[in-house]
Design a protein around this ligand. Structure first.
Ligand SMILES: C[C@H](O)[C@H](O)[C@@H](O)C(=O)CO
Ligand SMILES: [Mn+2]
Length: 420
């Protein structure tokens, strides 16, 4: 390790130690945290099952940066490159459309064997896997409804797909010895004001009950449900709203997924976590960056991400929260997008671990809001960057922006050679 990195770390360690904050312990803790890195940033949510099809479900990816992965091998190579530039051991989050098979198989007939190459790769790389049924970008979802569809035959198809997805998730968990979270998100909703808000929700509840009917060992597999306020084409009404899934998760014991882009623009998921922790079995986060709407921008170290990390640390939620990423930006290098989003999320967590949380809570209890505000502000310029640099160096990944050179070299040698 470079001497100046060590020296800066020693100075930072002393500054934090003066407040009773152990930087070595914070690093150790950060090292144990797994971020679930979403595969779909690598190919603009295309997948491999129905290549060339339109992206559905009201999702939109803008940009035409060259080098998107076209095959599972390319996507894995890109993920490997990104993960080699991120400290720690993490998970990869797959959607069902990322099945790696030559068979012509529809979503309702998917089996674990269609994902064997992913499992072998994850084993080899020491990674965990998470999973998602893909309830969009399919002819049976073209009218905007899946699990809550009024036609029982269409509903049946999506129920069977979600059941198949849980089996695949359970296989991941068994094979990899790491709990797999399978998250159900559906786009169902109306563009304009519905005449009946209740009936689709009754159908969705019944469909989910059937999907989750088979019990799976929670050590290998956990279910999550993800709400959304609105989507493109479902501006007026979304069947799986926050209230719907909050109720469902609490009643049925599934994880509740909070996507940072799925609420009103001024509504923060950080503000919800403490309350939900009292009533849910756990949370899944989709850390994302909405800009004016659910635009899925790459996560950065902004106030919202910092506040999410703070809540995880200060409320002691790290052990029961699964942290996933969800963004897709095709206007920049896609490997860089993963690196920026994941490193920023980890930085936010480290920074939160290096705050004088006990002191702040004590000041608050005593009604000393002056100290609370003063310390909060002063700690923003404490040298957490020196601790982060040291952690990166110690983990054998590039320090500061030097990772970009590696991405540029990969772009030149690999990504630029892909066309079509
Ligand atoms: C690919 C989607 O982003 C993802 O499945 C879902 O989590 C979502 O956030 C939809 O807006
Ligand atoms: Mn999401």
């Amino acid at each position: 390790m470079e001497r100046n990195i060590e020296q800066a770390y020693e100075a930072a360690r002393a500054l934090y130690a003066a407040h009773g904050i152990d930087t070595d312990k914070a690093i150790e803790r950060l090292q144990s945290i797994k971020i679930s890195v979403h595969c779909w940033q690598g190919d603009d949510v295309q997948g491999f099952l129905f290549r060339g099809g339109e992206l559905g479900g009201g999702l939109a990816v803008t940009g035409n940066y060259p080098g998107a992965a076209r095959t599972a091998d390319e996507l894995r190579a890109d993920l490997e490159k990104a993960l080699s530039l991120i400290p720690g051991k993490h998970k990869v989050n797959l959607h069902a459309i990322y099945a790696d098979t030559d068979e012509k198989v529809d979503l309702d007939a998917l089996e674990p064997r269609h994902f064997q190459s992913w499992v072998d790769w994850a084993k080899d790389q020491g990674l965990g896997l998470d999973f998602n049924p893909t309830c969009f970008s399919h002819p049976k979802a073209s009218d905007g409804f899946t699990l809550s569809h009024p036609d029982p035959a269409v509903r049946r198809f999506w129920i069977d797909h979600c059941k198949a997805s849980r089996k695949i998730g359970a296989y991941f968990g068994e094979q990899l010895g790491q709990t797999c979270v399978t998250n159900v998100w559906i786009p169902d909703g109306f563009k304009d004001a519905p005449a009946d808000r209740l009936a689709p929700r009754i159908r969705l509840k019944e469909a989910l009950d059937e999907v989750f009917a088979e019990k799976i060992d929670p050590a290998v597999h956990l279910d999550a449900v993800e709400s959304k306020l609105f989507g493109i084409g479902s501006e007026a009404y979304v069947v799986g709203s926050h209230e719907f899934y909050m109720g469902y998760a609490i009643q049925k014991g599934t994880l509740l997924c909070l996507d940072a882009g799925h609420f009103h623009p001024t509504e923060s998921i950080a503000g919800k976590m403490s309350a939900l922790s009292l009533f849910t079995s756990g949370l899944l986060l989709h850390v994302s960056r909405p800009m004016r709407w659910d635009s899925d921008h790459v996560v950065i170290l902004d106030d919202e991400t910092q506040e999410i990390a703070r809540e995880l640390v200060r409320c002691g939620l790290l052990d029961r929260t699964h942290i996933g990423l969800d963004f897709f930006d095709a206007s920049i290098n896609r490997v860089a997008a993963w690196v920026i989003g994941t490193r920023s999320t980890l930085k936010a967590l480290l920074r939160a671990m290096l705050e004088p949380a006990d002191r702040l809570k004590q000041a608050e209890l005593e009604g000393d809001y002056t100290t609370r505000l003063a310390l909060t502000e002063e700690f923003k310029t404490y040298p957490f960057g020196a601790v982060w640099d040291y952690y990166c160096a110690k983990s054998g990944v590039p320090v500061r922006e030097t990772w970009l050179d590696e991405v540029r070299a990969y772009e030149r040698d690999v990504l630029a050679k892909r066309n079509g």
